[in-house]
Design a protein around this ligand. Sequence first.
Ligand code: FES
Length: 103
Amino acid sequence: MSQWLDVEKVEEIAPGTRRVVDVDGTAVAVFNLGGEFFAIKDACPHDGGELAEGELQGDEIICPRHGARFSVRTGAVLGPPAYEDLRTFRVRVTEGMVQLKTG
Ligand code: FES
């Protein structure tokens, strides 16, 4: 069943930082991009690299394993060696709490 999961208080995820949460056994990385929040599956489709450990350049995350690039906003793959987009998740802020849509 789909529901909203509390991630963290807004002030605990500063712009340019991220948090990883477990959603039914799937690691999801939640990013603050200049005050907007976005969430992507925290596993590179190339070979499972943990994207939350990667370098953030603007709106792009670089996989720490082999350098594939993805849009944090849309999940779109932007550079090899990955060729599949990332799953994204809806995020909202309610009463000062960042929440993630599950299911
Ligand atoms: S695991 Fe991400 S580029 Fe290889």
